[in-house]
Design a protein around this ligand. Structure first.
Ligand code: MN
Length: 151
């Protein structure tokens, strides 16, 4: 279970994202006014921030830059969600400091997948006792039968 902060001004999307994340066992918290996003993030200490890009007051891009510049929050993964994906948008969003980008209308599967990819894996340490995958030797060719020549 991860704490996920949602910054989104559209109430329907807030509900959709929250329901989706809760259904995946996460603990979502939403903020609809981007001016409150940074302070809310400080208090909530999210494992992931999902932010809309088209936000009144503080734009999603500005918020991403503010998070990246914040001592406490600079390493929190950020997933951007945007309705308008013009050419170059993804580059701008990534350059601002977001790790992932999902366009609206969202695909529920892709949304959930991207969230999973961004969250630190539970028990992320690779199990050391897992045997290396062995490649079976190719079956030897069947012996020639009936050529009469025995070795
Ligand atoms: Mn919006």
């Amino acid at each position: 279970m991860a704490k996920i902060l949602i910054v989104e001004d559209n109430a329907l999307n807030v509900k959709l994202f929250c329901d989706l994340l809760a259904a995946h066992g996460h603990d979502p918290q939403a903020v609809t006014d981007s001016r409150l996003a940074l302070q809310t993030a400080h208090e909530f200490e999210p494992d992931l921030v999902i932010t809309d890009i088209q936000l009144p007051h503080v734009s999603g891009l500005d918020l991403i830059r503010m998070l990246r510049a914040d001592e406490q929050l600079s390493s929190v993964p950020i997933m951007a969600v945007t309705a308008y994906s013009a050419r170059g948008d993804e580059e701008r969003i990534r350059a601002a400091g977001a790790q992932a980008y999902v366009s609206k209308p969202i695909s529920v599967v892709r949304f959930a997948q991207t969230v999973d990819e961004l969250l630190p894996k539970a028990g992320a340490a690779a199990p050391a006792d897992e045997p290396a995958e062995e490649h079976k030797a190719e079956e030897p060719p069947p012996p020639d039968i009936g050529d009469g020549e025995s070795a």
